[in-house]
Write a protein that binds this ligand. Structure first.
Ligand SMILES: [Zn+2]
Length: 319
């Protein structure tokens, strides 16, 4: 996924990457939904790219990073509500080994402001004597939660809100079926935060859980699938759950037909799904829907069905 706006920041990063003069550690901060993870992925991809103009988007390093399966990129996320010292210790062990295939190792710490004190101190020991070819990206909303000694050892990228015009264009590009007025209104209410504008559009589309599930799959976001499952478990009953799964299944079927080269007026979602997953994955997800529709008809509990749906789709995302 592409970083939107933030041109000055991207140029600065581009220069550093091009000359292979990367920092050891960097804090990426900004409000929720502003694109911090997207920027982190951009930097990580550039760092593991093996071509002369990183990120080239085509080499095996870039492609693996895009799918979150690069062996030299470690991801750390909160275990429950915090990031614990053991997680940082095992990261440390990994960072002190040589990269498998990339020019360097990268660590992406999501919600770095959730590191507890012990974890932060462990992080500090890594930053004090960083292994030579290692890049650590600390993503956080609130950098003041990080120890001053950590902050002083990091380059700091603060992501800026986007102009309304850019948000409007991006909404129209990503969301088929919305009007220019809807895009303008959502952009106005979003405070320049693309993620927020997308939420406004999705909320206005009614429940639209089917679309949101497809979106989460296209973004390969397990986090979003789990959040959706939690909401569905509270709000769905067996009938509307069954309708929702049928609708998701229909999108899968159409994506498979599009992949097979059949021509029709395919929607943006169907095309996108077809580009993110291969034929086998789409067929597996289609069959999963068939099984779950059977469960709905056999009166299996909503919680069980939603749980199975979320966990099996998450497996496809991570595959
Ligand atoms: Zn590349």
């Amino acid at each position: 996924m592409k970083v939107i706006g933030n041109q000055a920041l991207l140029e600065q990063i581009g220069e550093a990457v091009k000359n292979r003069r990367m920092f050891h550690a960097c804090i990426i901060s900004g409000p929720r939904g502003i694109g911090k993870k997207t920027l982190a992925k951009h930097i990580a991809t550039a760092a593991v790219c093996t071509e002369v103009q990183p990120p080239c988007g085509r080499c095996s390093g870039c492609l693996k990073s895009e799918k979150d399966i690069h062996p030299d990129i470690d991801h750390v996320k909160p275990d429950g509500t915090e990031i614990k010292v053991n997680q940082i210790r095992s990261l440390r062990a990994s960072l002190y080994t040589l990269p498998n295939e990339a020019p360097c190792r990268v660590a992406v710490i999501e919600n770095a402001d959730c590191m507890n004190v012990n974890a932060q101190n462990a992080m500090l020991t890594i930053l004090e004597e960083p292994p030579s070819s290692v890049i650590i990206l600390l993503i956080c909303e609130n950098e003041s939660e990080l120890l001053p000694t950590i902050r002083s050892r990091c380059v700091h990228y603060r992501m800026q809100p986007l102009p309304e015009e850019i948000i409007k264009d991006e909404l129209l590009r990503r969301k088929s079926g919305i009007s220019a007025d809807e895009a303008v209104n959502a952009a106005k209410k979003s405070d320049g935060i693309l993620g927020r504008a997308l939420e406004i559009i999705e909320a206005a589309a009614g429940d639209g859980y089917d679309c949101q599930i497809i979106e989460a799959l296209c973004e390969r976001s397990v986090e979003r699938l789990i959040t959706l499952a939690a909401t569905l478990e509270k709000e769905a009953n067996r009938d509307n759950l069954c309708d929702m799964i049928r609708s998701v299944q229909k999108t899968m079927g159409n994506a498979a037909a599009f992949q097979a080269g059949k021509s029709d007026n395919w929607s943006a979602d169907e095309r996108r799904l077809a580009s993110v997953y291969d034929k086998k994955a789409i067929i597996r997800m289609y069959q999963l829907c068939t099984a779950l529709i059977g469960y709905c008809e056999a009166n299996v509990g909503v919680g069980h069905i939603v749980g199975a749906f979320a966990s099996m789709l998450s497996e496809e995302v991570n595959r």
